[in-house]
Write a protein that binds this ligand. Structure first.
Ligand SMILES: Nc1ncnc2c1ncn2[C@@H]1O[C@H](COP(=O)(O)OP(=O)(O)OP(=O)(O)O)[C@@H](O)[C@H]1O
Ligand SMILES: [Mg+2]
Length: 432
């Protein structure tokens, strides 16, 4: 596939010559399009996509569209919204024995919500992890038994419902059940006694350790022991069925579980998560997720979950010699992080082998981690704000004057790295 991007004037001749992007020659199919607001990134991406779809109808584009302004004719699109009955289900367990499974689903879910909205504390992570493990087991998916990682195989005895993947809604319901059963079902004094006891035991432990080391301690260990005995008796008297102890280990205290529950309620309200997902038309070359109705946290979650899903599916299908799917992410500066295990970094490094190309556009070059920028086979600069000129020139390793000379909507600079090229060669390109 060969696409004409524009023209440039080589040093050795008077004529402008075309600049082609040739899929057979390029190092990879990753692009980055950089320019300030209004410089024409979205317009360029739409044109690029329409051009490629025309040349090679077998290619699929998956567009993640934060502004909702990337629509093109011939596409199939889905708009996330609080009123839609469809959304994403991040709790689906993938069957792949290497890249799927319950533990991976739990880890991805926890990591993604922690990264894309307020970070979870370590106690919350621990609690949520165990709640999810228990929910999956309750629904018949066992972390240590890959044969259970699908909805067909069901060896639960007397299940209350047919086997289904959990959803954020099921998780919320399960947490409500746990909160009621385990913590509220027991009298509040029992719970208080148990909390108190664990605190006293910890201070006793610290005091004893100090005594062993021969250090002074103001704690009267014998008195503390008596207090513990008393609290333990009070706890035993109030206990119902012994679930309280295991719950304390698995779910932390009531406050931690309650705070996790509130986070899940917020997720449910985001309008992003549903049991059923939109099924795109397989004959449409362009599949567009319109994210414009989501909050910025919601957009970040959607992007991470969708990218993870695309990558897991591609990896499950194995290596491919050619790019079959292009992922377009507009406004990448809103989503990118410098963490090496973040899905955009992973895709930049590994997606090529699995037939994926990444097309990232960004207003802000300085937000782009060097590690990701270095993986982009084609870099396209439509302009740089004067404030960022020096920093951008340094980052791109190009003369500041060439960046200054870019004329909005008329010219750009471009570097296309072909196989075997060493270094980066920038061309001053007139746009077509
Ligand atoms: N090559 C061009 N020639 C003339 N007008 C253009 C060109 N490219 C884009 N425009 C116009 O410039 C305006 C801004 O373009 P566009 O929305 O693509 O910018 P953008 O870089 O995506 O901005 P933002 O970062 O704010 O999303 C639009 O009205 C578009 O029609
Ligand atoms: Mg735009």
């Amino acid at each position: 596939m060969r696409i004409k991007f524009g023209t440039y004037k080589p040093e050795e001749g008077p004529e402008e010559v075309p600049v082609y992007w040739d899929s057979a020659k390029v190092m990879n199919s990753h692009f980055t399009v950089i320019g300030p607001s209004g410089s024409g990134k979205t317009t360029r991406l739409r044109r690029l996509m329409a051009g490629m779809a025309l040349v090679n109808p077998k290619i699929r584009f998956v567009v993640l569209d934060p502004h909702g302004d990337m629509g093109v004719t011939g596409e199939d699109s889905f708009r996330f919204s609080t009123t839609s009955e469809l959304g994403l289900n991040p709790l689906i367990v993938r069957e792949d024995p290497d890249y799927g499974g319950v533990t991976r689903a739990i880890e991805t879910f926890i990591k993604t919500i922690s990264r894309t909205s307020r970070p979870l504390g370590s106690k919350q992570e621990h609690t949520l992890h165990n709640i999810l493990l228990d929910l999956y087991a309750y629904l018949g998916f066992h972390a240590d038994r890959p044969e259970t990682w699908n909805y067909r195989f069901d060896d639960r005895h007397n299940p209350e419902m047919s086997k289904r993947h959990p959803t954020v809604k099921t998780l919320k319901w399960f947490m409500e059940r746990k909160l009621t059963q385990v913590f509220l079902g027991t009298s509040s004094e029992t719970v208080a006694a148990l909390d108190d006891l664990s605190r006293k035991l910890r201070s006793m432990d610290r005091a004893i350790k100090k005594e062993i080391r021969g250090e002074e301690t103001s704690v009267d260990v014998d008195k503390l022991k008596d207090k513990c005995r008393e609290l333990f008796e009070r706890f035993l008297e109030g206990m119902n069925d012994g679930q309280e102890v295991s719950a304390l280990f698995r779910y932390g205290n009531k406050d931690v579980l309650q705070s996790c529950y509130e986070r899940i309620c917020n997720l449910e309200r985001s309008g992003l998560f549903r049991a059923d997902t939109y099924v795109f038309d397989p004959s449409a070359p362009i599949w567009r997720y319109d994210l414009s109705a989501l909050s910025s946290d919601g957009q970040r979650m959607a992007v991470d979950f969708i990218l993870d899903e695309i990558f897991s599916t591609a990896r499950g299908e194995g290596q491919k010699p050619e790019t079959e799917i292009f992922i377009l992410l507009d406004e990448t500066h809103k989503f990118i992080t410098s963490e090496p295990d973040h899905i955009i970094s992973v895709l930049a490094r590994e997606a090529r082998k699995f037939g994926l190309g990444l097309i990232l556009s960004s207003q802000n070059l300085t937000d782009f981690p060097d590690e990701i920028l270095a993986q982009m086979g084609t870099k396209f600069v439509l302009g740089v704000d004067p404030i960022f000129l020096d920093r951008a020139a340094k980052k791109l390793k190009v003369d500041t004057r060439r960046l200054e000379r870019i004329q909005t909507h008329k010219s750009s600079i471009i570097a296309i790295k072909n196989k075997g090229d060493s270094g980066t060669r920038w061309l001053d390109m007139t746009l077509v």
